[in-house]
Design a protein around this ligand. Sequence first.
Ligand code: CDP
Length: 222
Amino acid sequence: MSEIIVAVDGPAGSGKSSVSREAARRLGFAYLDTGAAYRALAWHCLDEDVDTARPEDVASRVTDFDYAIGTDPDRYFVRVGGEDVTSDIREPRVSAVVSQVARVPEVRQQLTELFRRIIAQSPTPGIIVEGRDITTIVAPDAPVRVLLTASPEARMARRAAELGTEPTESTGQLLASRDAQDLRVVDFMNAAEGVTTLDSTELDFEQTVQALIDIVRAAPSA
Ligand code: CDP
């Protein structure tokens, strides 16, 4: 099992995926993108014409969900039923329904167990796990717990850059509405007790990666 678990939570567009992955690469740690699992299940539901507005229909799909994710930051992939869906799960049609999938309690329970198994099986000295409920639910005892935040304007600009578009009102609205839906399930805007807040509004990518690495190195057990 990885000795050092680094739990990173934050809202959409805070940069937590790219920052966590690069920090893991430099530390020689594994990297687990938990949002990818929720996205992959949402993709699977769309692929199978499941009505994602019906929680019981979504719940029935999680038991036989054939899912695989790479935890090597240099060889990241996501597969469903053997099919590579690494880029498909980022499509707007998946983003539009993922919160409906993620609010189903059976889904959260199953995926949380899956994440804990992946963490337990990781052979690296450490693992950075990022998502919305890692510091509070998935790994509340992690020795390093960080909430990565940024202003709404910075988050919108970063998400637009990722998608290769100009920041528009609708990008911002989509992001805000997904955050609002997600916040009904878990609070990822306020740091829980013992969680370090890292505000990246005024930091560039490199500075944010370095700040996260500094937090990991400063932790007593790291
Ligand atoms: O990258 P971005 O912040 O846009 O989202 P993501 O990390 O790919 O997560 C996609 C969706 O999965 C979120 O909008 C949540 O609905 C859900 N999620 C969750 O509920 N719990 C997690 N630990 C991670 C993601």
